[in-house]
Design a protein. Structure first.
Ligand code: TYD
Ligand code: MG
Length: 458
């Protein structure tokens, strides 16, 4: 048998060299070259190798286009996948410890096991722990196969014997191949194991759901290219202490990456939040300055969220600017626009901005809400009750049009809201009876419409 050789592999770009470098010669990253044992031509490598054969994009008799999708039984999760998990695809689900990755996959097993054979491989918990959790989730009698051995060839053997349709691996970091000398969780282990699973998925049409740990930067631990290798990457977001947990697709070969799924952790696992808009703004304070409701689009779905701002006199030379749930640079820019175009003196004020419920707003349509919440807090004038706003703010203080304005208004009308403040260019042609739309050109006009007369400072 040929001897194994040692090689150094960059975790960023995959560059391989027999010598160690502090700086990767290929991508110039520092400290990313890791020692690895390279197999000469073992069974592991051979398994990845596939016969070379070119085929037409669409062979004769091949079904038209279409992937078969499996429902997870949770509409919110199916939506993120783009209408269910595609058969034969490989999905990576990342997220903080304790956020609910194992819980949601076990819950998905309930429905999946009704129509498919499901194998749940875990290296994180014992059989007993899994059984207890399954009991808590009410699925201990589902025909889900459980495997607590995470050695790759053992997993492959079980797959060979049981021929499951869906395999959950919890987690990819605990999976290892005994043919490689690196420890479980090492970059080479993760890369090679994932490669072999992908080969299995593609040749045998097995659907893989992989749990991935995340590192302190928030991306999935392991080689950077892990996300390139798989078909779908989902992230579970939200704080353990916050009510809502959000699943978002970072990559999806079979659907859009805009959709999000909203869940709430309960006694019996994760519950889908039926009406997220109502839930997200239900606790908002009334007649209090510094709060504004925005309608953002999360994928195809309009969602209401509460943006809060608190401005107070700074006790330091440099004012503090903090924001949660919305990009800090964007907030700083909007405060500068407010100062320059609407005459607020903010240079000596600390500013805090927050999106309620752990939601993260990325759409520029939330700009107007930040501006109004900040102005409202600064002047101590509450925003008009039940006014829904959206609009992008430009550097001249102008309001710029957003996409799907009509859909946003229609959804809010459905939820019982009837007053809107939006960019002039987005004025809808028709609105429902009783609906008032204020379409304005810039933030000065918007402030005039939105803010109530000055309240008494308490
Ligand atoms: P878990 O799925 O183990 O997280 P991960 O796999 O992402 O590390 O979920 C863990 C948390 O959820 C744990 O702190 C307990 C809590 N939990 C509930 O509140 N209710 C439940 O029904 C279950 C199963 C878990
Ligand atoms: Mg877990």
């Amino acid at each position: 048998m040929a001897k194994n050789r040692t090689s150094y592999v960059c975790s960023e770009c995959g560059y391989e060299h027999p010598k160690w470098y502090g700086k990767c010669p290929a991508c110039s990253s520092f400290g990313t070259m890791n020692e690895e044992v390279v197999l000469p031509e073992g069974p592991g490598r051979a398994a990845v190798r596939r016969p070379a054969e070119a085929t037409l994009l669409m062979e004769e008799g091949e079904e038209r286009g279409d992937e078969i999708r499996l429902s997870t039984g949770m509409g919110e999760l199916d939506r993120v996948f783009g209408g269910g998990v595609v058969r034969g695809s490989v999905t990576l689900l990342g997220g903080d410890p304790g956020i609910g990755k194992s819980t949601i996959l076990l819950q998905a097993c309930r429905r999946l096991s009704q129509s498919s054979r499901v194998l749940y491989v875990t290296g994180e918990e014992s059989r007993r722990q899994i059984r207890l959790r399954a009991k808590r989730l009410g699925l201990e009698y589902q025909p889900v196969l459980l495997l607590t051995n995470t050695e790759l060839s053992a997993v492959e053997q079980v797959i060979e014997r049981e021929s499951p349709d869906v395999v959950v691996i919890d987690s990819i970091q605990t999976l290892y191949s005994a043919e490689l000398s690196a420890l479980p969780g090492a970059i080479g282990q993760i890369r090679d194991c994932t490669n072999r699973l992908i080969a299995l998925a593609k040749t045998r049409e097995i659907t893989f759901l992989l749990v991935g740990h995340i590192n302190k930067e928030g991306s999935i631990a392991g080689p950077k290219m892990l996300e390139h290798m798989v078909d779908t990457v989902l992230y579970f977001e939200g704080d353990q202490n916050l009510t809502y947990r959000i699943i978002r697709a970072a990559k999806n070969r079979f659907g859009s990456t805009n959709e999000i799924g909203i869940f709430e952790m309960g006694e019996q696992g994760l519950l889908e939040v039926e009406n997220p808009s109502a839930a997200l703004i239900s606790d908002r304070p009334r007649h209090v300055p510094g709060s504004c409701i925005v309608c953002v689009m999360e994928g195809t779905r309009p969602l209401l969220a509460e943006v809060q701002a608190l401005l107070s006199d700074s006790s330091y030379g440099t004012p503090r600017r903090m924001s949660t749930g919305i990009d800090g640079n964007r907030v700083a820019m909007l405060l500068a626009v407010l100062e320059k175009r609407a005459g607020l003196r903010l240079s000596g004020a600390d500013a805090y901005c927050n999106v309620v419920g752990g939601l993260r707003l990325i759409e520029p349509a939330s700009d107007l809400a930040v501006v109004l919440a900040a102005a409202s807090s600064h002047w101590y004038r509450p925003v008009e009750e039940d006014l829904i706003v959206f609009g992008e703010v430009g550097l001249s203080g102008e309001l710029r049009s957003v996409r799907n304005a009509a859909a946003r208004i229609a959804e809010c009308e459905r939820l019982g809201y009837s007053r809107f403040l939006i960019p002039g260019a987005d004025r809808p042609k028709t609105v429902g009876p009783g609906t008032t739309v204020y379409a304005v050109k810039n933030i000065v006009e918007a402030i005039e419409v939105a803010l109530q007369p000055k309240g008494v400072r308490t």
